[in-house]
Design a protein around this ligand. Structure first.
Ligand SMILES: [Mn+2]
Length: 332
């Protein structure tokens, strides 16, 4: 799906007449989610729009260095439903299903505000008045770049920094497929507008609490190979969290280690959250090995090479056995 040529001018039209907007992104936000929200936020505020970012989940610690990140609000119906109902526009970023904003979804859908969906995931199921959806984009931040660029107003340093962050994280530090000349040109222009790539990488990648690195050690120790070394499996148990005092969000990025082994074409991370009866399954793959199709088999979804799902009220062993068995047809 590609709605760039129609969606971008429509999006700019909405922003040209809106006085108040809400910006929101998915639960457990990553660099692209927070980066795109803040990139758009700074653009809007600089144009005199009253913008508020409201998310279901708090902002991860390693993204709080971004300008205005501390002003991002965590959704409660009492504080925000009236604001959501009264907004001129609601910009929904980096998600393809309203479930990804959890309990905030009802208030968003009920609001008469124009909905603007800006996303790069496959199969969007949100029927927004304005859609800027391109599944070939590296990131939602790339789409925010295109929108602001099309406005002709240029980028503030705050906006540039935020957008660069999401492009960097969603391309795995400029390593994943679709890291092409155009994305480097965009990144280069963001540097010209004030993004500092060294400071951003330092903040995002090199500012973990010690407990996270200890948890990573346990996760690396759990690695196993299947199917002649083509599938690698990593597991983080509820016990690992309790022993290390690490947080759920600390497993962000762990799954990339599954693909760092020669010969592996698919990696799966199973995370058992303490006291939640839920197992999170993150899937990564190389080339045309379809991570999203495997995720689809467990009611999850995502991109060709990066996808995820959750399974509930089952033991970790049980879930792992079933998913590993399902993976065989993708890797062999
Ligand atoms: Mn994204």
């Amino acid at each position: 799906m590609n709605t760039l040529t129609t969606g971008i001018p429509q999006c700019l039209e909405v922003l040209a007449s809106a006085k108040t907007i809400i910006i929101t992104t998915h639960q457990n936000p990553d660099g692209d989610a927070i980066g795109s929200a803040l990139g758009l936020y700074h653009f809007a505020v600089n144009r005199g729009i009253k913008a508020t970012i409201i998310n279901f989940s708090p902002t991860p610690a390693n993204l709080q260095f971004l300008p205005a990140a501390h002003g991002i609000e965590v959704y409660t119906p009492e504080s925000h439903d009236a604001l959501i109902a009264a907004a001129d526009a609601i910009c929904i970023l980096d998600l393809n299903s309203i479930n990804r904003i959890q309990t905030m979804g009802d208030a968003v859908l009920a609001s008469p505000a124009v909905k603007v969906l800006i996303d790069h995931h496959q199969n969007p199921t949100i029927d927004a008045g304005v859609m800027v959806v391109d599944t070939d984009s590296t990131s939602t931040c790339e789409l925010i770049f295109r929108i602001i660029d099309a406005s002709g107003l240029g980028f503030s340093p705050e906006s540039a920094m935020s957008i660069y962050t999401g492009i960097m994280t969603d391309t795995g530090g400029f390593r994943y497929p679709r890291t092409d000349a155009e994305i480097f040109q965009m990144a280069g222009r963001l540097l010209d507008y004030g993004a500092d790539p060294v400071a951003i990488a330092e903040n995002v990648f090199n500012s973990s609490p010690f407990s996270r690195t200890v948890l990573l050690g346990k996760a690396l120790g759990s690695l196993t190979l299947s199917y002649g070394g083509k599938l690698s499996v990593m597991t983080v148990t509820a016990d690992d969290f309790l022993q290390t005092n690490a947080l759920e969000e600390d497993t962000e990025g762990f799954v990339s280690h599954t693909l760092s082994i020669t010969g592996v074409v698919m990696g799966i991370l199973f995370v058992e959250f303490p006291g939640k009866n839920a197992i999170k399954i993150s899937i990564r793959s190389k080339g045309d090995v379809r991570a999203n199709d495997l995720a689809g088999e467990i009611n999850g979804g995502g991109h060709l090479n990066a996808a995820a799902g959750r399974m509930y009220n089952r033991s970790l062993e049980d879930v792992r056995a079933e998913v590993v068995e399902k993976a065989v047809k993708y890797v062999v």
